[in-house]
Design a protein. Structure first.
Lengths: 378, 357
């Protein structure tokens, strides 16, 4: 409950221009695991996404970062309603679409589009580029004044492809070009929100920048809001005004870009930032935090704070009590963290001595601040 | 001649270690239905004992192909390999399969990118780790199993005596990659080829694997060839770096030289196109225009010339007509027609400000 309330409080004063386009609160998706003999029944649930709340303003880009299996892709698919959530609400322009029927969704689907990770498997090899890009228009019965073919050629030009390639097949294009076709398809219906699920991770390094720049131009020129899902922290930072860090189905920290990258409060965000390799041999920004082990199974997530099994600061409280996603004292406005023993919010100082100094001072700070925050939230 | 060179080689023991692995004029060709793919051309490099060579390049630049040639893993029916690959003085090209089998897994080993595809789903992890050990040392099953448990413990898998009987699907991605490392190190190889071992992993696990490889290298003194496209990982692990483009080496030098003072337009492009975690976010990224060339029909002259933004600065149309040789310029080797002075001024005036902003 507390998470919902704090988030709606943060949404009241939007960070970027525009009003909330998408409001997600308490979003939960559990995939049932069936087993047993002779009658199949549910024996458990993969808690892929658990009580996730965030807002996306019009024209804004929200980055979702996390390791594989943390539920970032599932969140993207819930937002586009490719999955139906187990609980929670997804409000698109004030309308709850969490359990909307196919018919109710039809007009909204044209406004929320998706770009997929793998440009090789997300394009039908038996369709020409023209058919692929005009597909969304055909399905939604949209007839642009100049005709669909002309519109497709216009779109091809927007994404930097040759309009004469209208009749070619996907296999004639390279990976980067295919991803551009995927972008053109997502743009075909003038969407207001695009969910980009790892749009560049399957591409070569020299091509990644081309696609990131293309998406950024489109965002600026057409004012499209993005949910940008990626595991590369530097690309997310480059693309998104606000960033949410997910761990095992939960948002552990959400903040605007500068606040998150310069003053992370959650130990996991810290570890992620310190593990991101940097190509500059002279950049010795703190020692690397070695996280041990792997992400626990979402079938049976740890009690309390889900990060506690890998956290170097974990104490008893972390096992019994789940930390709420709240704004800690000392954080910037709209910077929400879910941690009992948060960090100072200074990359260098903490990264160098995560165990000693951090265990003493912030503890008292956290004890003082967290209960107070909780009272105000409830 | 021989009397002159021999004392020299004997007099410098470090010099003898230099040529632990030496690849000279390596060419790999594939015959395909569409024509002959020149996957690797005139590749030269040396690897010193106990050092790490990083190979950087895009997909299709020949980095994996050249290392599969070192391992002798190409299908001889449609592949021609020319040149010389010497491992501790022993010529590997043209070696019969039987002799290669004695080397593979024993003296040289390889870690692959996709650990789920590289491990057999049918056998337990322990059995797969023990197999090369039993084959090469003649150990029995019990010794093999003990060795597998020992190796699993070494690569940091908890409860190795239990996990040794697990199947690959029961492991997570990072653990499978650890198991692969255990498998490759089971016979204490002198040469380890790691082909994008961290590309499919998350950043935190990637950091674990890179640290593990570094620790193991210190312990065993293994020489590592580390193939990746991530310059950040190169910075973490490599001593020397070889940059490949379209089947050729375009730049070679120490890690610091390649990352701090690159001398080739492709190296500049790579460094400028990756977003830095502390760079300004308002400046758009500077991608390398175009896409990597097809190796069926590579561009004439310098293979990078269609994508190069400094082509006009070379007098004449040399870039399109003449292939630049890998020559020393400003401290390390690079293959580009720009003069060393031009390179230095482009680097200091255009590239470095771009990187630091």
């Amino acid at each position: 409950m507390s998470a919902e309330q704090t988030v709606s409080g943060a949404a009241a004063k939007p960070v970027a221009t525009g009003t909330p386009l998408l409001e997600v609160s308490g979003l939960t998706k559990h995939f049932p695991v069936m087993g047993g003999f002779p009658f199949k029944r549910q024996v458990g649930a993969v808690q892929a996404v658990d009580d996730v709340s965030f807002t996306v303003n019009a024209g804004e880009s929200l980055g979702l970062v996390g390791e594989s299996g943390c539920g970032k892709s599932t969140t993207g698919r819930l937002v586009t309603r490719l999955y139906e959530p187990t609980a929670g609400s997804i409000k698109y322009m004030g309308q709850d679409i969490a359990h909307a029927s196919r018919k109710e969704l039809a007009p909204i689907r044209s406004e929320i589009q998706m770009i997929f990770q793998d440009p090789y498997s997300s394009l039908n090899p038996r369709h020409t580029v023209g058919t692929i890009i005009s597909g969304p228009m055909e399905i939604n019965g949209i007839n642009p004044p100049q005709g669909r073919e002309a519109r497709v050629k216009e779109l091809l030009e927007i994404v930097g492809l040759n309009p004469e390639h209208y009749n070619r097949f996907p296999h004639e294009f390279s990976g980067g070009q295919r991803q551009r076709i995927g972008v053109a398809r997502a743009l075909a219906l003038n969407p207001k929100l695009i969910v980009a699920d790892e749009p560049v991770s399957a591409l070569d390094v020299s091509i990644q920048a081309q696609v990131v720049n293309l998406l950024q131009e489109l965002q600026k020129e057409l004012g499209i809001a993005f949910v940008f899902i990626a595991h590369d922290l530097s690309i997310v930072r480059h693309f998104s005004q606000r960033v949410a860090v997910m761990y095992l189905g939960k948002v552990v920290e959400i903040a605007d870009r500068d606040s998150l990258y310069e003053a992370p409060r959650h130990p996991y965000t810290h570890a992620l930032l310190s593990a991101a390799p940097d190509a500059d041999p002279d950049n010795l920004a703190g020692e690397r935090i070695r996280l041990t082990g792997d992400v626990p199974s979402p079938l049976n997530p740890p009690s309390g704070c889900r990060f506690r099994t890998r956290c170097w600061k974990a104490q008893e409280k972390c096992a019994t009590e789940e930390p709420p996603l709240v704004q800690l004292s000392g954080s910037a406005d709209g910077h929400l963290t879910a941690c009992h023993f948060p960090e100072f919010g200074d990359v260098q100082g903490n990264a160098k001595a995560p165990a000693t100094e951090a265990a003493t001072a912030p503890e008292s700070e956290a004890k003082a601040s967290v209960p107070e925050q909780r009272e105000s939230a409830e | 001649m021989s009397t002159l060179t021999k004392p020299e080689a004997a007099g410098t023991p470090a010099g003898a270690g230099d040529a632990f692995l030496s690849v000279r004029d390596l060419r790999v060709r594939f015959r395909t239905e569409d024509g002959i793919v020149k996957a690797v051309n005139e590749l030269n490099f040396d690897l010193e004992a106990g050092k790490t060579l990083g190979i950087v390049g895009e997909s299709g630049s020949g980095k994996s192909v050249s290392n599969l040639a070192v391992m002798g893993l190409h299908n001889p029916r449609n592949t021609t390999i020319e040149g010389s690959i010497k491992l501790e003085g022993q010529e590997l090209i043209g070696l019969p399969q039987r002799d290669l089998e004695k080397l593979r897994g024993n003296k040289m080993a390889m870690i692959f990118q996709d650990s789920l595809a590289a491990l057999s789903p049918y056998y337990t992890i322990g059995r797969q780790i023990a197999e090369p050990f039993m084959k090469h040392t003649g150990a029995n099953k019990k010794e093999g199993r003990e060795r597998a448990i020992e190796m699993l413990a070494k690569v940091g898998i908890p409860q190795p005596d239990k996990r040794v009987d697990s199947y690959p699907h029961e492991f997570s991605g990072g653990m499978r990659q650890r198991a692969m490392i255990a498998m490759s190190l089971v016979c204490n190889p002198k040469l380890l080829i790691a082909d994008e071992p961290t590309t499919a992993l998350d950043v935190t696990v990637q950091a674990q694997i890179v640290d593990l490889l570094k620790d193991l290298q210190q312990e065993f003194g293994t020489s590592i060839i580390f193939i990746t496209h991530d310059l950040g990982v190169i910075r973490e692990i490599a001593d020397d770096v070889l940059v490949m483009y379209a089947g050729r080496a375009v730049e070679r030098g120490t890690m610091r030289e390649i990352l701090k003072t690159p001398q080739h337009p492709y190296g500049w492009g790579l460094l400028s196109s990756i977003p830095r975690i502390n760079a300004s976010v308002d400046i758009p990224l500077r991608p390398i225009p175009g896409s990597p060339p097809s190796l069926l029909n590579p561009p004439s002259g310098c293979a990078f010339n269609p994508r190069c933004e400094f082509r006009e600065q070379v007098t004449g149309d040399k870039c399109r007509t003449e292939r630049p040789a890998l020559e020393e310029a400003n401290g390390h080797l690079s293959a580009c027609h720009l003069t060393p002075a031009q390179k230095q001024s482009i680097l200091t005036e255009q590239i470095l400000p771009r990187l630091s902003s």
